[in-house]
Design a protein around this ligand. Structure first.
Ligand code: GLV
Ligand code: MN
Ligand code: MN
Length: 413
């Protein structure tokens, strides 16, 4: 990598802060669990807000709990960066946290180095990006851009039976700034790739071109609970069997479609969940993604037909709840070009690629020119305590973020 006298962040401080945030909700194995709007999420937010205040930022909290730290220099709407600090239950250190803390580092380093941007710089911490506790994912940024009504979002119920609005108030982050919020001048999010492509192909940076479409459904399969020893196989109406068939069928769809198609059954709950009882009920989550909207629709259609068929064959009933549905997003080519150029100035191993994971940037792309920067994930592992990125790559990614943000302050769209 080339070292130059271009503006750079304080790498040691960034790495120390990543560790300090990861200690909150630490799972003891290198990972963190800060499910959205839990006590640990609150503690993580409090720490990040204290760092915003140390920088004298204007801290605002909106009605869905998104937190913004804005350095009110210059004129006009801000260039915004940011991400999330909520995690899945088995979260790593970097997913989301890296983008938020690198954003603060950009502002701190500008202030320390006497760099005065011509527009405000803002860092957003978006509520419930993961969707692991409250669906859909990217909920805070979705509400921010007006894609979901505030009242509807506040009424979402978590996997542990809590209302989002009540949890937000409980942790003290039901703010007063209105939703939807004002559109930034531009938005750029720095994130770990969370997949294997950059590392496998020996790239150091990703200039992210967009985000694939996502469909989340929850199926509730109701059959007949009965004795495991006495009920002949041909007389069963077995939700566990159907749940298993769903997982097998999703794998078949992914193999048949090939390309970017991915399908996951990530959660199966059986009731009553006992060794010698045919279950009465199964709930199964389906996560289906593709970069192409038509193909994603085809996959959803096949799943519907399969559900109908297996209802007849097994004598169960299946009801569906759509938990999330977002079309594929293409980022603004002008911002992607700026990302690519600044990354290439550090190291020419830059690859354009779409994101397999969902991100807050895909929501911000609805209201302003947007793109993302990726750095590699070791072994492509994420949503796992083993999530790891080389510290030098983390620091260089944040340097690229700084230069991209500064150029965006000077860019008229
Ligand atoms: C969010 O992290 C997702 O892509 O599931
Ligand atoms: Mn993330
Ligand atoms: Mn994630």
């Amino acid at each position: 990598m080339t070292t130059t006298n271009r503006p750079s962040i304080d790498g040691q401080r960034l790495l120390q802060r990543l560790d300090a945030l990861a200690d909150i909700g630490s799972t003891g194995d290198g990972g963190s669990c800060r499910l959205a709007l839990t006590d640990d999420d609150k503690a993580g937010r409090d720490l990040v807000v204290s760092w915003m205040r140390d920088l004298d930022l204007d801290v605002t909290i909106d009605a869905i709990g998104n937190v913004f730290g804005t350095w009110s220099v210059g004129q006009g709407s801000p260039v915004m960066t940011g991400s999330h600090i909520d995690t899945v239950r088995t979260g790593g250190k970097f997913d989301g946290n890296y983008g938020v803390l690198a954003g603060l580092e950009v502002i701190a380093s500008c202030q320390e180095q006497g760099i005065t941007p011509t527009r405000p710089l803002s860092v957003g911490v978006f509520t419930d990006e993961e969707g692991a506790r409250f669906a859909p994912d990217m909920l805070g940024s979705l509400v921010y851009v007006g894609g979901m009504a505030l009242e509807e979002a506040l009424d979402v119920v978590s996997i542990d039976g809590k209302r989002l609005g009540d949890e937000l108030a409980r942790i003290g982050y039901a703010g007063s700034s209105p939703c939807p919020g004002p559109s930034p001048h531009a938005f750029v999010e720095l994130h770990i790739e969370q997949g294997p492509v950059l590392e496998a192909e020996n790239f150091i940076f990703g200039a992210v071109t967009g985000v694939q479409g996502i469909s989340w459904q929850e199926l509730t399969i109701v059959g007949q609970s009965n004795h495991a020893g006495t009920t002949p196989m041909n007389l069963r109406r077995d939700p566990a069997y159907v749940a298993g068939m769903m997982a097998v069928y999703l794998r078949e769809i992914a193999e048949r479609f090939g390309g970017d198609q991915v399908c996951t059954v990530g959660k199966i709950d059986l009731h009553p969940n006992l060794i010698n009882v045919i279950p009465a009920r199964a709930t199964v989550t389906l996560d289906v993604r593709n970069t192409d909207e038509d193909t994603l629709r085809d996959a959803e259609h096949l799943i519907d037909t399969f559900c109908f068929q297996i209802e007849q064959d097994e004598g169960v009933s299946i009801s569906k709840r759509q938990l999330a549905r977002f079309e594929p997003v293409e980022f603004d080519p002008r911002v992607v070009d700026i990302v690519e150029r600044h990354a290439a100035a550090v190291d020419d191993r830059v690859r354009r690629l779409p994101s397999g994971a969902g991100h807050d940037a895909q929501m911000l792309a609805r209201v302003c020119p947007t793109a993302m920067i990726f750095v590699p994930s070791k072994d492509g592992i994420s949503h796992n305590p083993r999530e790891y990125t080389d510290p030098e790559q983390l620091v260089e990614g944040a340097n690229v973020l700084m230069r991209v943000m500064l150029e965006l302050t000077e860019t008229e769209f």
